[in-house]
Ligand binder design. Structure first.
Ligand code: UDP
Ligand code: MG
Length: 310
């Protein structure tokens, strides 16, 4: 199959029918394709809309979560179930245009890119969203070394192999290019896309996304660097603290024993030494626990799929 189009959605009843019709106009007769709609626990009539859209059309597949797990979970389910050589993700709110599909497809197929990420150069979102977003993208660009202007664009295309080799969880959908880079896919580029104001419904995210987003970058960088061997970080730090603390206490003990100095327990160094010994051994133990977790993890991405079509 040439192309899988994955659409995560949460309460987007008004746009689903026009969106799918528009996509079909672009892809029909041009590619062998499937459209995968992942209903992230909508509470409106989105699922009924999907059922009616999918009627008699095997190329339309759908998954419904029993509750709202978030966009990352929806994408993960779509990725897992996709069969296309090229996979395109797209928001359901019609802020991204299906007209972009052929070019996103071509860049993967013919130019050999692993990921093409959309760049909403001219954005139709409130300023309260675009300004933090600029700063945010700048930050991620610098810590990750990936030169993209717009990490969070919903419109992206991937070589099929990429989406089967990364695990999107938590709210990691903002950093799929980072996950892909850590997984060894390095041909990443961006393409300017047209962006439209939201026609129906409302945005599912507020500014709290930036705080969570910041924490997520930290954990991605951590997992990328030390995820397989957490002991390398925690063990080193722990031993380092422990040795310094031990050195301080040894010094104080020698003062007391050899020079008969009194009042050792009133010196700041005494407390500092004890603190470092404790923190050091705890950090070291944390490293062990983290190693155990790494070894026994799995089953992290079990989302409860209530219904499915196709
Ligand atoms: N979405 C989702 N689960 C959620 C929140 C959002 O599947 O918990 C979908 C949403 O329906 C839309 C896409 O993710 O298709 C992007 O969400 P939104 O348009 O609200 O984000 P924004 O455009 O404000 O970044
Ligand atoms: Mg949107």
């Amino acid at each position: 199959m040439d192309l899988s189009i994955i659409i995560p959605l949460y309460n987007e009843e008004e746009s689903l029918i026009p969106l799918v019709e528009w996509i079909e106009r672009i892809v029909q007769g041009r590619y062998s394709y499937e459209i995968i709609l992942v209903d992230d626990g909508s509470t409106d009539s989105s699922w009924e809309k999907i059922e009616s859209i999918a009627q008699g059309k095997p190329q339309i597949r759908a998954f419904r979560f029993r509750r709202n797990y978030g966009k990352s979970a929806a994408l993960h389910t779509g990725f897992e179930n996709s069969q296309g050589d090229v996979v395109i993700t797209m928001d359901a709110d019609m802020q991204d245009s299906p007209d972009e599909i052929p070019e996103f497809y071509r860049l993967i197929r013919e130019e050999g890119y692993d990921i093409v990420s959309g760049w909403k150069k001219k954005r139709f979102d409130p300023l309260g969203k675009t300004i933090p977003s600029k700063f945010f993208n700048w930050f991620v660009r610098h810590v990750s070394g990936i030169k993209l202007h717009d990490f969070n664009c919903g419109l992206k295309s991937y070589r099929g192999r990429v989406v089967h080799n990364i695990e999107v969880y938590g709210e990691m959908h903002r950093y799929i290019p980072l996950l892909a880079k850590w997984a060894g896919f390095r041909k990443i580029t961006e393409k300017v896309v047209k962006h439209y104001p939201r026609k129906y419904g409302r945005s599912k995210y507020g500014v709290d996304r930036y705080i969570k987003g910041f924490l997520d970058v930290m954990s991605i960088m951590f997992v990328g660097r030390f995820g397989k061997r957490p002991m390398h970080l925690f063990g080193t730090l722990g031993v380092f603290f422990f040795i310094i603390g031990f050195g301080m206490l040894l010094y104080l003990s020698l003062l007391k024993v050899v020079q008969q100095t009194g009042g050792i327990d009133e010196r700041p160094l005494f407390y500092f030494g004890i603190l470092l010994l404790i923190v050091g051994s705890q950090t070291f133990l944390t490293g062990f626990l983290a190693e155990l977790l790494v070894r026994s993890s799995g089953g992290r991405n079990k989302y409860h799929i209530e219904k499915r079509i196709g």
